[in-house]
Design a protein around this ligand. Structure first.
Ligand SMILES: Cc1ncc(C[n+]2csc(CCOP(=O)(O)OP(=O)(O)O)c2C)c(N)n1
Length: 388
């Protein structure tokens, strides 16, 4: 398949499932098709369940924000195939570095849904223990986590763990089209490329960076950025869960086998607002929204499952019941989250004791106890000699 960017240039894009839910063949797609064909009916039903539950999570979280229970929320609506398809290609030992919108990825990784909203309620900085799910916490500093991913992947490499396409360890980082303009993302690719780091750069091109269209970020298709850094790079239809799965699986296998980093551009659309603070009617047309409504990734997989006799009323009812339980859990769980003591800000900053953090903590504790805090320069002095 080809799609066009703002200048109507045809861009080669891997597609295995068309918007009507038919399995399709395109030139050069055979290897990917075989990967998708290896998915069982239960795998496809699992993907569908996770995509529907991700959308339900979005709706529940948006309602909680409207009720004043969350400070902010960033919905993933429209990006469920890109997120769930790529996450299905991960193995437990792989490590994820998400931005703030990867609710579908974290759903597949098994991160508790209430924990996913701690960050948006402001009840703590992270939300979950990364080592429990091999998934770092949400990052809102655009692109910063791409560097963390490359650094982590270089650590994995030094441990000798990218040694086999199945048993090795790969790292994946998710970011948006706007993030490709950030220095951090570009620097992360430089380091990953020259070090052959086992990391997959997974771009969700949802066509908008808040109110900035992709045409304001690039003159060339974004997958070609990856090529420029020497990475095997591919553009996939991001609303096609099969294509996303197959492309990500291939890239992860390369990384696990020690063959270095890759770049995937999943071309998709942010169907909702950027966040609950945003009003997209100010900068985009309802025509465009309607056009992408017809490419809804969940409808597409539903059509495939129906055609293959794998979607019936009982299964739909089971997912609906699981969604209702998820909603109830979020409504009570989120309201019960407390803010934690402000001093907990200093916890978990470093794995080992750190002089500067210890001094800052002591300063804050004195301040909190109503004692006159030591002047700032004393902190700098007392931090000398601490771990750096
Ligand atoms: C370093 C940095 N600069 C600016 C911002 C403000 N900001 C938050 S989201 C956003 C747009 C990001 O767009 P994109 O990378 O396309 O991801 P999307 O939100 O569409 O998933 C910006 C500029 C930020 N969080 N961090």
């Amino acid at each position: 398949m080809t799609t066009t960017n703002g200048s109507n240039e045809a861009i080669p894009t891997l597609q295995l499932l068309d918007p009507q839910g038919n399995r399709v063949t395109t030139r050069g797609s055979k290897g990917y098709r075989d990967r998708a064909a290896a998915l069982t009916t239960e795998d496809l039903r699992g993907m569908y369940r996770d995509m529907v539950l991700t959308r339900r999570f979005d709706d529940e979280a948006t309602s909680l924000q409207r009720q004043g229970e969350l400070a902010l929320f960033a919905p993933a609506r429209g990006q469920e195939a890109a997120q769930v398809g790529s996450a299905y290609a991960l193995r437990p030992q792989d490590y994820v570095f998400p931005s703030y919108r990867e609710h579908g990825v974290l759903q597949v990784r098994g991160v508790d849904p209430v924990d996913r909203l701690r960050f948006f309620r402001g009840s703590d900085h992270g939300g979950w223990n990364p080592t429990e799910h091999n998934s770092a916490v949400y990052t809102i500093v655009i692109g910063a986590h791409a560097l963390h991913a490359t650094g982590y992947a270089m650590g994995v490499q030094r441990d000798g763990t990218p040694h086999d396409k199945h048993d090795g360890t790969a790292v994946i980082t998710y970011f948006g089209d706007g993030a490709t303009s950030q220095g951090d993302v570009n620097e992360a690719m430089v380091y990953a490329a020259v070090n052959d780091a086992p990391v997959v750069f997974f771009l969700q091109n949802n066509q908008w960076a808040i109110s900035e269209p992709t045409t304001r970020q690039t003159k060339t298709p974004l997958y070609r950025r990856g090529e420029a850094f020497g990475l095997p790079s591919l553009r996939v239809d991001g609303n096609d869960v099969l294509a996303v799965y197959a492309a990500t699986q291939e890239a992860l296998e390369r990384a696990r086998a020690g063959e270095g980093p890759s770049f995937i551009e999943a071309f998709t659309y942010r169907m909702g607002a950027h966040t609950t603070s945003d009003d997209p009617t100010r900068y985009r047309t309802s025509d465009q929204e309607e056009q992408w409504q017809r490419r809804d990734p969940i409808d597409r997989l539903a059509a495939l499952l129906r055609a293959e006799g794998a979607l019936d009323e009982d299964f739909e009812a089971e997912i609906k019941a699981t969604g209702d339980e998820l909603g109830a859990k979020l409504r009570t769980g989120v309201r019960a989250l407390d803010g934690g003591a402000p001093v907990s800000t200093f916890d978990h900053v470093y794995a080992t004791p750190h002089g500067t953090v210890a001094a800052e903590r002591a300063w804050y504790e004195a301040y909190d106890a109503g004692e006159p805090p030591a002047p700032q320069y004393a902190i700098a002095d007392s931090a000398q000699g601490g771990a750096r």
